[in-house]
Design a protein around this ligand. Structure first.
Ligand code: UN1
Length: 496
């Protein structure tokens, strides 16, 4: 019998008022039920938000360095529990153990960074235009924050949002993805064990339509942070806009790696393989287009296909396995459809292009590592996010054309260029329209202390990670202190 997990509301583990649960299934072995989780509804969200609003009264007054110390302790607990939490994550999400260890590590890194932020949270002092008057800015918490998080980084992404929000003095209600609720519950457990007071963090599991919507719309929720598809993000953003709520959206990508003719080709191949097939291609930063200089395209494509074919696919809990399953049947369906679309558009599937269903693969949701060649910039396979192990190779005649192709998409998250020409590297850093650019490294692998996010349909101008997240989860207050003992009028008493 699989274990039943409960919501965390006001410091208590409680069942959903709906009385319903849903099963969390291991995508590598469907008969393995990771657990039963609460299929919550609007009433559960209401209770959680009210608990968070109550806890805000004292949490906002807790000195930020004290808040940071709790995060530091949580980071230490995550370190101690890293292996168990990584295994839980591979079981519910599918990605291989080295990667789920990395996912937990990202939460640890974030905890250490945000713990330090408890002793910074810097504002400014600035001269007043009047005599005997003092001016400064201070960061204030926003209030109760609602978070909606995806399944591909089940602990890292919740940590980016929660830990930044918490150190700033906010209280939180988080709705994790239905495919991966356990990793968020594990993160919450570490925070609770580290001493986070009751109600400061609340976890409500369930569907986006019921729990997500109720969270966005709840009048006591003051800010929303969402990571997921551009389609859902638009709905979340529209709802939040109608309620005048600050809303951070981090969404899709169609990330390009440019490989110039002077590149170290073996290095570029290593990068392409990791960027395209790491996390089974299910990262918003995944390398999904490789724009290769014509002079090296044939050699590069052949070698990439050979490397892709040689990848060991299987259950991520097996240390020998290099690429795990996709997270669920719907993702397999999407990958399959995009391979059909690519064929119909006239591109060639060089390797892969289909689900893996033989033998042990039949028990899970596996898809072959896929390389598509002969892709033209305007094809759907070159424009739309697949979120699976499917990478397109496009040819270019030179640097300017490469940049043009790279930018000719609706998204702008991550980009990369492989070249040994320092001038081209700097031009790429300047000209690629994206929130992130890598030189001689693949499109994945952002570190927590740098701003994370993108332009165009990838985001709505906010950033996660480090100081970017602090900006979103705090609000500025400008404070003026007049110690002249007389009425001084700004803009009027100019001293002339
Ligand atoms: C995501 O794909 O949604 O930069 C996040 C990276 C990871 C985070 C990815 N650190 O690839």
């Amino acid at each position: 019998m699989a274990k039943t997990y409960l919501n965390l509301i006001g410091g208590q583990l409680v069942a959903a008022r709906t009385g319903k649960t849903f099963s969390n299934i291991n995508p590598a072995r469907r008969e393995d039920v990771v657990g039963e989780f609460q299929a919550s509804g609007a009433e559960d969200v209401d209770l959680a938000v009210k608990a968070a609003a109550e806890a805000f009264k004292t949490w906002r007054l807790t000195p930020a360095p004290r808040r940071g110390e709790i995060l530091l302790r949580a980071g230490q607990l995550l370190q101690e529990r890293k292996e168990q939490y990584a295994r839980d994550m591979t079981r519910e999400m599918g990605k291989v153990l080295v990667e789920t260890r990395g996912d937990v590590q990202e939460a640890i890194d974030c905890a250490l960074y945000m713990a330090g932020e408890g002793r910074r949270l810097f504002g400014h002092t600035t001269p007043s235009e009047l005599q005997n008057k003092f001016a400064m800015t201070v960061r204030m918490p926003v209030g109760v924050c609602g978070m909606i998080t995806p399944w591909n980084f089940p602990m890292a992404i919740p940590s980016w949002k929660l830990l930044a929000a918490l150190v700033c003095g906010n209280t939180c209600v988080i709705k994790p993805a239905n495919d991966t609720p356990l990793s968020t519950i594990n993160l919450a457990q570490a925070l609770v064990d580290a001493g986070l007071p009751a109600g400061v963090l609340n976890v409500v599991t369930g569907s986006g339509a019921k729990v997500g919507t109720a969270l966005v719309e709840h009048p006591l929720v003051r800010a929303i942070s969402f990571t997921g598809s551009s389609e859902v993000g638009r709905t979340v953003g529209q709802a939040a806009a109608g309620l005048y709520k600050p809303c951070s959206l981090e969404m899709g990508g169609k990330n390009a790696m440019i490989v110039m003719d002077d590149a170290n080709l073996d290095l570029a191949l290593d990068g392409a393989l990791w960027g395209a097939f790491g996390t089974t291609g299910q990262r918003c930063t995944a390398t999904s287009r490789i724009i290769v200089h014509r002079a090296v395209a044939k050699e590069f494509t052949e070698k990439l296909a050979a490397r892709a074919r040689a990848l060991k696919v299987g259950d991520g809990l097996d240390e020998q396995v290099q690429m795990g399953p996709q997270v669920n049947a719907a993702q397999i369906e999407t990958s399959t459809q995009y391979c059909t679309i690519a064929r119909e558009e006239g591109a060639q599937i060089v390797t892969g292009g289909h689900a893996l269903t033989e033998g042990a693969f039949a028990q899970g949701h596996f898809f072959a590592a896929t390389v598509v060649a002969g892709v033209k910039p305007k094809m759907r396979i070159a424009q739309e996010e697949v979120f699976g192990p499917v990478v397109s190779v496009l040819e270019c005649g030179g640097f300017d054309e490469a940049i043009e192709i790279a930018n000719d998409i609706p998204y702008g998250l991550s980009t990369a260029i492989y070249t040994r020409n320092v001038n081209l590297a700097f031009r790429a850093m300047r000209d690629l329209e994206a929130g992130i650019t890598y030189v001689n490294a693949p499109t994945i692998g952002a570190e927590v202390h740098l701003p994370f996010g993108g332009v165009k349909q990838t985001g709505n101008g906010h950033r996660e990670g480090g100081i970017g997240a602090i900006e979103f989860f705090s609000t500025w207050k400008s404070v003026y202190v007049d110690y002249s003992d007389k009425l001084q009028r700004a803009q009027i008493d100019t001293g002339e």
